[in-house]
Design a protein around this ligand. Sequence first.
Ligand code: ASP
Length: 415
Amino acid sequence: MEIVHEPWYRRLHLQIFAAMAAGTVAGLVGGAEFAAKVAWLGTLFVSLLKMIIVPLVLTSIIAGVSSVGRGAGLGRLFGRTLGYYVLSSLLAILVGLLFVNVIRPGVGADLTTAAHKDLPVLDSPTDIGSLLLRVVPTNVAKAAAEADMLGLIFFCILFGLAITALPDEPQRLLRQVFDAAFQAMMKLTGWIIRFAPIGVFGLIARVVGDSGVEAFRALGLYMLTIASGLTVHLFVTLPLLLIFLGRINPRIHFRNMLEPLTMAFSTSSSAATLPVTIRAVREKVGVSDRVTSFVLPMGATVNMDGTALYECAGALFIAQVLGAELTLVQQGIVVMTALLASIGAAAVPSAGLVIIFLVTEAVNLRGPQVELIIGTMFAIDRPLDMYRTAVNVFSDSCGAAIIARAEGEESVDTA
Ligand code: ASP
């Protein structure tokens, strides 16, 4: 584990915090004009992170799975991982359900004067069948080229398994090659994140400079509902899971995760944050490569607690605005489809909002009015997206730490 003896001003997370503050001030003072001038700094930084996602996912999963081996070990790890994903996402959804039913932000809300934005076109699955079909890539190179994470992960797990079925010599050789490539990718990640403060400055200045305050007013209560739910999940539910399932002190875990948390917040993308998450969970939290490479890449794609909470609360908000009272059964349908939507949402900005149609369709909320409301929600989505992405990433790291403990790794989150 890394022992840090740096003066405070050289600590990366403090530099990132300072960059966030500077970006906020610059965005407020300089407005859209200044934002346009510095936006490229953020774009460049996110491009650097995205550049390493595919090779990193590839090498980490193949190295990880081939070292776990076949049989009971892998099955158990897989079961624990899926169990954690479903449990934490469902808890998040229940928190969202509670808040939206207590605050009822959509009742009587008048969105006619609020700003409205056209939705981005993202390739999102529209039903369960197509979600499952996406798991098997018909062309691995294409899956990699299009950063189709689920397809890539599926192939890498099978390839890792195939390695374990080889005779000793080729097996050792391939393991060493992928393990060494993984180490090299981690090194590269370390270099790239030295630039994080500059990138974060550009990203935050753009967000603040571009968004007017007006749009936020009409949807204030809705934003408060989502933000409160996310806060409870981040600071109460997940820490309780850490304590009861992992015997881990949440404070230590939070401290170890500061860099990925700030990065998720600034980039609004779990995928772009993945290299930083993997690095922190390995080096600071102290989780083995075997568990890290199994839980995190898949988690970034399918385990999105913040998004799950958002899908449920957002869909019920829409129902409230339209004056549609949902029955208990319909609320149950919202819970289940919110879980599926969070699994299907891509780990990129705004994906959670675009996929909310999957949930609204399931309870027959459709038509131009629904589209208009979602467009209005999109106009103010960025800050909520930043927050839910941080929750998504934090839940993955909690899962890695809890599963590592369950697998007998005692040195997790001890410092
Ligand atoms: N931006 C989120 C993420 O990357 C997904 C979402 O929009 O909810 O985790």
